[in-house]
Design a protein around this ligand. Structure first.
Ligand code: SF4
Length: 280
């Protein structure tokens, strides 16, 4: 792992995902094989493989109470703010300390249970925003000023291990349960859904008592990792290979269209709040 510290002008960037995003690092040691953010490697002139480098951002500019108040803030969009090196550098923790008094809608997404290290800050934020509920819609997930999102697309630890270097699935569920018990809204992000492999019903059944909502996103194969994933499917799941070629070579949408309906039916039957975010 190549680590280096870099000085940046601002931690905060405007975004299409939310009003602002904060990425405390460049790179991500979780090294998901399907990582949509791996284009950052090229963008930041890194020759190392995605997952093998981490730039630790240092910034002297304040986050800016005025610009963030009343806005949605997303941590993080092109890294995992709780990657293992956060234990050493604590950039995310320092950012959370600075965000503590700022009334913004903060979403933290992570595949790591290192987030539990900062449970004190997350709980304090929840308590603070319960007292000033006027800012947020009472019916929304953001009403407590924060929500924790974790991606889980399988219950099979073997498949997970072949896909990423983040926390185990059991640890992610434990993290969501701990947050929920502490009064922090939680979302399970079923992403990316691997055709024929992700058993969405089993994950919904496991998650329903643990989370406030489930979001669903389909697997898109971008040029940077399309070949690798298709080769993986060919080697490990040959029975699904033709199905993958139909979706990703011949652009047949029927699998996703049918799945969307199945997900909606099932979530309504189980009574879980859900959002389907499929992109083709
Ligand atoms: S955790 Fe997120 S940012 Fe990190 S490698 Fe995986 S998909 Fe990419």
């Amino acid at each position: 792992m190549i680590e280096r510290e870099i000085e940046v002008a601002d931690y905060v960037s405007p975004s299409k995902l939310s009003d602002y995003v904060i990425n405390p690092y460049v790179g991500c040691p979780h090294a998901c094989r399907y990582c949509y953010a791996s284009f950052m490697r090229r963008l930041t002139n890194h020759n190392e493989l995605w997952g093998d480098f981490l730039d630790v951002k240092r910034c002297s500019k304040p986050l800016g109470k005025k610009r963030l108040t009343g806005k949605s803030v997303f941590m993080s969009s092109v890294t995992d703010c709780y990657n293992p090196l956060e234990a050493k550098y604590k950039v995310t923790r320092r950012i959370l300390e600075e965000l503590a008094p700022i009334e913004c809608e903060l979403s933290i997404t992570t595949k790591s249970n290192l987030l539990l290290r900062d449970l004190d800050l997350l709980k304090a934020r929840t308590r603070l925003f319960q007292r000033s509920a006027t800012l947020f819609d009472e019916s929304s997930q953001e009403r407590r000023g924060i929500r924790v999102v974790s991606s889980i697309n399988t219950l099979d630890e073997g498949f997970r291990e072949e896909m990423d270097r983040a926390s185990t699935i059991a640890e992610r569920f434990d993290m969501l349960e701990t947050c929920r018990s502490a009064g922090i809204p939680t979302i399970l992000f079923m992403s990316p859904i691997f055709p024929y492999i992700t058993d969405f019903r089993a994950i919904v059944d496991r998650a329903a008592p643990t989370v406030d909502a489930i979001w669903f996103e389909n697997l898109n194969l971008r040029p940077g990792y399309k070949e690798d994933i298709l080769a993986y499917i060919h080697a490990r799941y040959p029975q699904y290979y033709q199905g993958y070629l139909a979706i990703y070579q011949r652009r047949d949408l029927s699998y996703w269209l049918a799945l969307k309906e199945e997900i909606a039916d099932y979530c309504e039957r189980v009574g879980v709040s859900y959002q389907i975010m499929f992109h083709y």
